[in-house]
Design a protein around this ligand. Structure first.
Ligand code: ZN
Length: 331
C-alpha cells in the first residue's frame, strides 16, 4: 500500500516537473548565452555551442552539438557571417526550435576586404547590444507568451545596465588624446566599437580568422605603429598571440593587454559576462594607450574638482563676511 502511495507521489512530482520544464535556449556563442541568461532568468536553461575561449569563426561542430541543437526550443544566432557552420548544423539536427537572428536591426558594417561580407562583431557597440536584448526577449516571449512580461521586464533592466556601460566606454575612450586613439589587434573585431566610441582600428587579420594573415598585412601594421608612434598593441583571448608578440618585439611596443571579442572569459576572468567584457576591454585599452590607470585618474580628478568647489565656497563666504563687516562699520 505504502509502496503504491509513494509511486503515485513520484509520478505526480515527475508530471509537475515536466509541466514546469525550462525553455532550452541554445546560442551559437558564449556572449549571447550570457545575454539570454540575463533575460530568461530561472525560466530558461541557457547554453552555448562554442565553448568559452574557442574561436567561433573557425569552430567545427561536434556530434554532441547536433544533440544540443536538436533538443533546443530556441536557437540564437548572430548572423552577418559570424557562424558560417551553423546552417548545416541546424539542418543536420532536424531541430524544431525557433531560430532568432539576434543582430536584426543593427546597421551592419560592410567589409572593406571581403566582397559581399558584413562585419559580424556588432555586439562590440553596446547600443547594438541593446538591440540584441530586444530581439532575444521578443524571441523568448514568442515561444513562451505566458512569461512575456517577465522577459520584457528583465530586458528593460538589463538594457539600462548596458546603456550605463555604453556611457562609461564613451567617457573613458574620450580621455585618450585623439592622435593616440589607435587600436591595433590580431583580428578586425573592433570596427563597431571604433565607430561607436571614436577610435581608429588596425588589425593584422580581417573580420574573420579563417584566412591567415599575409606579410603585407604585418608590414602595414608595423608602418602604422612607427608613423603614429603607437605605444601598445593588444592580443585577443581566442587568437594565438604569436604574430602580435613578434610585431611587438620587432617594433619595441608593449602588449597592452588581452581583449575579449568573440568569446567571454571563464568564470574567474575579468570578462565573465557581456557587461564585464565591454568595460574590461575599455579599461585595458585606455590604460595602455594613455599609460595611466583609469580608476586612479578618475578618483583623483573627482577629488580635485570637489576640493576646488570647497575652496570657491569658502572664499565666497569670507568675502561676504568682509563685506558685511565693512557695511556695519560704515553705519
Ligand atoms: Zn571575430
Amino acid at each position: 500500500m505504502i509502496k503504491h502511495i509513494l509511486t503515485s507521489i513520484l509520478c505526480l512530482a515527475t508530471l509537475i516537473g515536466f509541466s514546469q520544464e525550462k525553455i532550452k535556449v541554445v546560442s551559437s556563442a558564449s556572449i549571447f548565452q550570457d545575454m539570454a541568461k540575463n533575460i530568461g532568468g530561472d525560466k530558461i536553461t541557457s547554453m552555448s555551442i562554442v565553448p568559452i575561449g574557442r574561436d567561433p569563426h573557425t569552430y567545427t561542430p561536434k556530434p554532441s552539438d547536433v544533440e544540443l541543437v536538436s533538443s533546443a526550443d530556441l536557437i540564437l544566432i548572430n548572423g552577418l557571417t559570424f557562424e558560417g557552420w551553423i546552417t548545416e548544423l541546424i539542418e543536420n539536427s532536424g531541430t524544431k526550435a525557433k531560430i532568432i537572428l539576434i543582430s536584426e536591426g543593427v546597421e551592419p558594417i560592410i567589409s572593406q576586404k571581403y566582397h559581399n561580407a558584413s562585419d559580424p562583431h556588432a555586439w562590440m557597440d553596446a547600443i547594438n547590444g541593446v538591440k540584441y536584448v530586444y530581439n532575444i526577449s521578443a524571441g523568448l516571449a514568442s515561444i513562451d507568451p505566458d512569461n512575456a512580461l517577465f522577459y520584457a521586464d528583465n530586458g528593460v533592466k538589463y538594457n539600462a545596465e548596458i546603456k550605463n556601460a555604453h556611457n562609461y566606454i564613451k567617457n573613458q575612450i574620450a580621455t585618450i588624446p585623439i592622435e593616440q586613439r589607435i587600436l591595433i589587434t590580431s583580428h578586425d573585431a573592433f570596427q563597431y566599437y571604433g565607430r561607436a566610441y571614436d577610435i581608429t582600428l588596425n588589425a593584422i587579420m580581417g573580420i574573420s580568422t579563417e584566412s591567415e594573415a599575409q606579410s603585407k598585412d604585418v608590414q602595414r601594421v608595423i608602418n602604422v605603429i612607427k608613423e603614429k608612434k603607437v605605444p601598445a598593441v593588444f592580443i585577443e583571448s581566442t587568437i594565438n598571440p604569436q604574430m602580435l608578440q613578434q610585431i611587438a618585439n620587432d617594433t619595441g611596443v608593449k602588449i597592452g593587454g588581452e581583449l575579449y571579442a568573440d568569446s567571454l572569459g571563464d568564470e574567474d576572468s575579468e570578462a565573465s559576462t557581456y557587461l564585464k567584457l565591454l568595460t574590461h576591454n575599455t579599461d585595458v585599452i585606455v590604460n595602455a594607450l594613455t599609460g595611466t590607470s583609469i580608476k586612479r585618474t578618475k578618483i583623483d580628478s573627482d577629488d580635485t574638482s570637489n576640493n576646488l568647489w570647497i575652496y570657491v565656497g569658502l572664499g565666497a563666504m569670507m568675502l561676504l563676511s568682509l563685506l558685511f563687516l565693512v557695511v556695519k562699520i560704515n553705519n
